[in-house]
Design a protein around this ligand. Structure first.
Ligand code: AMP
Length: 414
């Protein structure tokens, strides 16, 4: 029998319900902050990621689903969405007049990664990008929206780590210092780090190999190399977060190892997630729009893993609420027709209920309703039709009441 491709999975039942709840919450919270949704294609030209995520990154080096299509184009199934959003903004000339633009996206990403719990090859991200503003205030605004979103989902035990990675101007001195540090301990680092130290020394700090983490003890810190403006920017962001009661810690090892990243980098971890504790990451990327061929436009953004969010929701809140709390069960032909018109009216009134249309007997209908976790079975037989009521059976308590038809809506709403 055919199975879903390794690393991909079908979303249904509880997990799907949590996905929907998270997406609905994101759309509502982000819209209230003035963010607009953007959807870009899953397929992008290879160049888009080579030039943005960078050829020295693991994502581009090892993890991309890339192929040549029937027209001979070298395409990639996007491993992340920032590059695609920037590509779209440039293509449609949306950033030319320098007005701020606030955008969010929700969609699947693809990375050919080693399989682990909470790590998939097709996974989902929700991301927010703010274009056109270079101030720490815009970062505080974006982070406040992020935490409003996480709070609405009821998430706790989160910690925000922040750092500044400075600017391309102050990084060469840091690179030199880290290279010198590295060369003094070369043998202790993994093979990938030997490559990284040549192509992008910041990435050595990101290495997850335990031996490399040990070897990194006492390494030079990027924060010691910040230029004055970056230092000021960083101090201002910290002051804003403190004033806004957003707790954070400083992590001078936290780097987004891409050349176009500037100043603020951050991560949110959840202690409820176990080994894969990173829930989201983001930062300022003032150089990217220009780097991809657009105007010089500062930007700040982040991406959160929907799969991990859904996992947290399941852990914290258990099963998602039943989608239809009531099932209308007609008994007999006359009731079947009446049930259709009643259901239509109730649906038009915005009620959530399901209709039993199989024409099965009461026992079968109730067994299915119980299996699906339905709260109320609304029974409609000839007797009920005559009296203008439904017999409402509470499947949790087993009690039964008569509800006049014109009261069903208000009682279900209760
Ligand atoms: P990144 O784009 O690598 O900064 O990742 C941002 C967030 O996306 C992470 O913190 C995770 O929550 C999520 N994420 C990244 N890769 C995966 C994956 N392979 N499977 C599930 N979630 C992922």
């Amino acid at each position: 029998m055919a199975q879903a491709v390794k690393g991909t999975r079908d979303l249904f039942g509880n997990e799907m319900k949590w996905f929907q709840k998270i997406e609905d919450t994101a759309r509502r919270v982000f819209a209230s902050h003035g963010y607009e949704e953007i959807r870009t294609p899953i397929l992008e030209e290879l160049e888009v990621f080579k030039r943005s995520v960078g050829e020295s990154s693991d994502i581009v080096n090892k993890e991309m689903y890339e192929f040549v299509d029937k027209g001979g184009r070298h395409v990639v199934m996007r491993p992340e969405n920032t590059a695609g959003v920037v590509r779209a903004m440039i293509q449609h000339k949306l950033l030319i007049n320098n007005d701020p633009r606030l955008l969010y996206y929700i969609g699947p990403m693809f990375r050919y990664e080693r399989m682990q719990a909470g790590r998939y090859r097709q996974f989902w991200q929700i991301g927010a990008e703010s274009f056109g503003v270079a101030s720490p205030e815009s970062e505080a605004e974006s982070l406040m929206m992020l935490f409003a979103f996480l709070r609405e989902l009821g998430l706790k035990h989160l910690s925000l780590s922040i750092n500044s990675v400075g600017t391309p101007e102050c990084r060469p001195a840091f690179h030199e210092a880290i290279r010198a540090f590295f060369q003094a301990r070369e043998a202790q680092f993994c093979e990938d780090c030997h490559r990284r130290i040549e192509t992008n020394p910041l990435r050595v700090l990101d290495c997850k190999v335990p031996g490399c983490q040990v070897a990194l003890e006492g390494h030079p810190l990027i924060t010691e190399f910040l230029d004055e403006a970056s230092q000021k920017h960083h101090d201002r962001l910290k002051a804003l977060l403190t004033a806004l009661d957003v707790p954070f810690e400083e992590n001078p090892r936290l780097v987004r190892g891409l050349d176009y990243y500037t100043r603020t980098a951050f991560e949110v971890l959840s202690s409820d997630l176990g080994a894969q504790s990173a829930l989201l990451g983001g930062g300022r990327y003032d150089g990217l729009v220009k780097h991809l061929g657009g105007p010089e436009v500062p930007a700040f953004g982040w991406a959160i893993g929907l799969d991990r969010l859904a996992m947290l929701m399941q852990q914290l809140h258990g099963d998602a609420p039943q989608s239809a709390p009531a099932l209308l069960i007609p008994l007999g032909d006359a009731a079947a027709l009446k049930a259709l018109t009643l259901a239509r009216d109730w649906w038009r009134m915005g009620l959530t209920l399901q209709l039993e249309t199989r024409g099965v007997n009461l026992k079968k209908a109730l067994t299915s309703a119980n299996r699906q976790g339905t709260r109320f079975a609304l029974l409609l037989g000839d007797g009920e039709l005559e009296k203008g009521i439904v017999a409402a059976k509470d499947l949790q308590t087993g009690t039964q009441e008569e509800w006049p038809l014109n009261e069903v809506a208000s009682r279900l709403r209760e």
